[in-house]
Design a protein around this ligand. Structure first.
Ligand SMILES: NC(=O)c1ccc[n+]([C@@H]2O[C@H](COP(=O)([O-])OP(=O)(O)OC[C@H]3O[C@@H](n4cnc5c(N)ncnc54)[C@H](OP(=O)(O)O)[C@@H]3O)[C@@H](O)[C@H]2O)c1
Length: 244
């Protein structure tokens, strides 16, 4: 077991898997969170073959009980958690804002927002036992009201009611947790991995998931003098602040 124990949700593929890979390669014990045991075990086994200390943990972020069970398992195995990467997310918008069914909003928020809160709350007692815990919430530039109301912004046309508002909520909840935890060593930040080719967007993104994971992983192991309560991307350089 390493000195640092990290849980990444939705780590069986895409940016989550690449974040787990980066952390594992850096000597972190990585807990591969996935809702499907077969997909999660396979991803963890692949990382172990590459030399990482990786273990599968079943966690469906939209199910509070599953988050509680995962926390109880981590408590039993390690007694603490040093890093939580809230990465699991969905994008299921199929229509313009006025044609988006409430069911799409409910499903999106259940995973991207309420799931993030449920997992964070379940893991906080374990994170509080770490000397320097980090929480990284995977957001998106599409959640930035500043960027999305700027007609010159590259992704201005991505006007997705459920997804974009869920990521704005992720940004807001990041600020809320950072403020609550300001007197602790725990740092809470949001990150935009950039537009990456993954299943989420039918592989339309120009970046690789591997490149997208770089900033996520950097924020996961921030030094003690690093920031808290911000939203960051690595374009044009790591630590570039995204407007809310
Ligand atoms: N790709 C981009 O361009 C981009 C840009 C900005 C932000 N992001 C964000 O990056 C994060 C990762 O997305 P991605 O692009 O890597 O997409 P992806 O390849 O579709 O991966 C999404 C991951 O989330 C998991 N997931 C979904 N619902 C879950 C639930 N209820 N419980 C547990 N896991 C669940 C998926 O598991 P299953 O395999 O079981 O479905 C999968 O592992 C998301 O938060 C996304 O919003 C992506």
């Amino acid at each position: 077991m390493s000195m640092t124990i990290a849980l990444v949700t939705g780590a069986n593929k895409g940016i989550g898997l690449e974040t787990a890979r980066r952390l594992g390669a850096g000597g972190v014990t990585v807990l591969v969170g996935a809702r499907d045991p077969e997909r999660g075990e396979r991803a963890a086994a692949g990382l172990r073959e590459e030399g990482a200390d990786a273990r599968f943990v079943r966690i469906d972020v939209s199910d509070e009980e599953s988050a509680a069970k995962a926390a109880a398992w981590i408590d039993g195995e390690f007694g603490r958690l040093d890093v939580l990467v809230n990465n699991a997310g969905i994008m299921i918008d199929m229509a313009p804002p006025s044609g988006t069914p409430l069911s799409v909003l409910r499903e999106t928020f259940a995973t991207n927002v309420f799931g993030m809160v449920a997992v964070t709350n379940a893991m906080l007692p374990l994170l509080r036992r770490s000397a320097a815990a980090r929480i990284v919430n995977v957001s998106s530039d599409l959640g930035s009201l500043g960027l999305m109301s700027d007609p010159s912004y590259a992704h201005y046309a991505f006007n997705l009611l459920a997804y974009n508002t869920s990521k704005s909520a992720v940004n807001a909840l990041t600020v809320c947790y950072a403020k609550e935890l300001a007197d602790t060593p725990i740092k809470v930040n949001a990150v935009d991995p950039g537009y990456c080719a993954t299943d989420l967007n039918a592989h339309t993104g120009p970046r690789t998931a591997e490149a997208g994971a770089a900033e996520v992983a950097r924020l996961a192991v921030l030094p003690d003098d690093g920031p808290t309560g911000g939203c960051f991307m690595d374009d044009p350089e790591p630590g570039t602040i995204i407007p809310w």
